[in-house]
Design a protein around this ligand. Sequence first.
Ligand code: NCD
Length: 353
Amino acid sequence: MRHLIDITDLSLTEREALLDLGEEMLRHPGDFADAARGRILATLFFEPSTRTRLSFESAMLGLGGGTLGFSEASSSSAAKGESVADTIRTVGCYADLIAIRHPKEGASLKGAFYSPVPVLNAGDGGHCHPTQTLTDLLTIRQELGRVEGLTVGFCGDLKYGRTVHSLVNALAAYRGVKLVFISPRELSIPGYMKEGVLRQMPYTETDSLPDALPGPDLLYMTRIQRERFADQEEYQRLKDSFILTPQLLRPAREHMVVLHPLPRVNEISVAVDDDPRAAYFRQVKCGRFVRMALIQTLLSGTLAPRPAPDWREYPDCICQNPACITAVEQEPRRLFLEDGEVRRCAYCEAVYR
Ligand code: NCD
């Protein structure tokens, strides 16, 4: 069975096919109004959400299917201490597809191990968010017409910003992409990515948005992720590190596109919204159609089986990352991946030392 836990679970050809179908659905939504008639999507949200949950639900309704779920952990049996595995096994009896968002890294992967139906990762802690990446890729296609050769600036919280991590992983598949990471040093792109996917991608790092701005074709702004900070004083110190204003945008390229997964807090001034380069609300619309394409594709069962990564069980190794699902829930399968010199936790990708 195919799940979508990490964007690399889809081959490049499969991603492109999903984007083609998403575009087709955007143009002719009426043609797909019955595609999922009689099928059910469950949305299990243990963390707040507006766009991801509602776009999943709207997508399923647009295909003629039904939805059920919860939008906070406190209204589910998680509040009584139920594990992700047991919740998924249960909901798998009620639904044909499960979208799950959880504050712990690797929670969706763990869910997939126990699920009788396909699982979609709608965000696992500060780790990954692959359906946002499909949204971003469709928006890039619509706005810029291509991904190859783009210079992409990522600005804000690159440490905890899961949408950044997944999009970087996706961009690695395209030729000629250059990355510019703009963040305070404390919130720079995680070491596990520098020791992983970024080994084969050209990138620079800076803490100055004005210095970085003349370069990119695409500027991907992100919110400082308050809920992930162990130290709220540090959050207060860093929260207004970057604020994109019309004045700052002046030296940027005329065709540059500004994306943001939203919600925005303070990092883009509302005065930027009227700039034609501000594409973040158009991006929201893409999210609905690319999720329609994903749901239809998974329900149709047309994706060919793919071998799982070469995970190995190391019963004596315990992942040291406190944000990993294995740190808070018992998990008999302690899975790791041997990646060159390093061993990574299968759930959260943290390097095991
Ligand atoms: C993002 C998320 O939840 O990771 N939003 C989204 O899904 N569109 C970004 C964020 O919360 O800052």
